[in-house]
Structure formats: C-alpha cells, structure tokens
Ligand binder design. Sequence first.
Ligand SMILES: [Cu+2]
Length: 155
Amino acid sequence: MKHTRLLLISIATFALSGPAQDASVATIELKPDAKNPLGYDKTELSVTAGQKVKLTLNNTGSIAPQPHNFLLLKPGKLDTVGALANAMLADPQGMAKSYIPEAAKPDIIVSTKLVMPNQSETIEFTAPAEAGDYPYMCTFPGHWILMRGVMHVTK
Ligand SMILES: [Cu+2]
C-alpha cells in the first residue's frame, strides 16, 4: 500500500517537471539546409531576452554531409570571428579544437562542439539579457560565408 502511494507521487512529480510542461523554454532545432549543404535550414531565430533556450544542432539530411558547429556571437562580431575561423584552416589542431578560434572566445556567447554527420548535440543556455541581433555561424573552414544566421533577442 505504502509503495503504491510513493510510486504515484513520483509519477506526478515527473509529469510536472517534464519538458513538455515548460512552455518558457525556447526549443530550437537547426539542421544543414537540405539543398544547400553549406547553410543552416534556419537563418533567423527569435527568442525573448533571458529566456531559457534548448538548441539542438542535428547534422542530418544534407545532400553533402560535412561536420558543422554552431557559435552564437555578440552583436557585430560575425566578421571578426569569421576572419579568425579562416585563419584556423592552417591549424593542424583545428579539428581537435572543433574549429573554434581561441582568440574568438570573448565574442562567443555559447557554442557546440564540431558535430559529425548523422550526429547531434543539444546545448542549453540562457538567452542574452540585452535585446538585439546576435549572429550565429559555423566555423568549420569555408562554411561561415554561407552558414550563418541571426538570433533576434527581444524584450
Ligand atoms: Cu558548417
């Protein structure tokens, strides 16, 4: 009798804390574009300032599979980080560093590691508190020119 009751309580607790109950989390899935292997399928994202974000980079469905990553940057930093990403092409440790430039770290809000074809990675973070347009990009060599987008953060 006692056991049944405990079980019911834990099921109820689980249901309340389950992800489907939490409408305040922005759930985003990004994939390579089905037709353009060097682009994301979404080039614009919208979240609310300070909102919890659960973002999955799902590297499937591309006609030409490639590794990809996702870096969310401070406003106005796309070209700066892009130039650093280009310079990493010559770095023999590039792959091990997920092609995330060390010098770009102050400009990176959040990033995934390099996600191989048919793999995915989910990151959870809090959207910036300041409203604005935050660029995102893939820093695998040669990708960022096309593989980029903007996360609109609104109040
Ligand atoms: Cu890429």
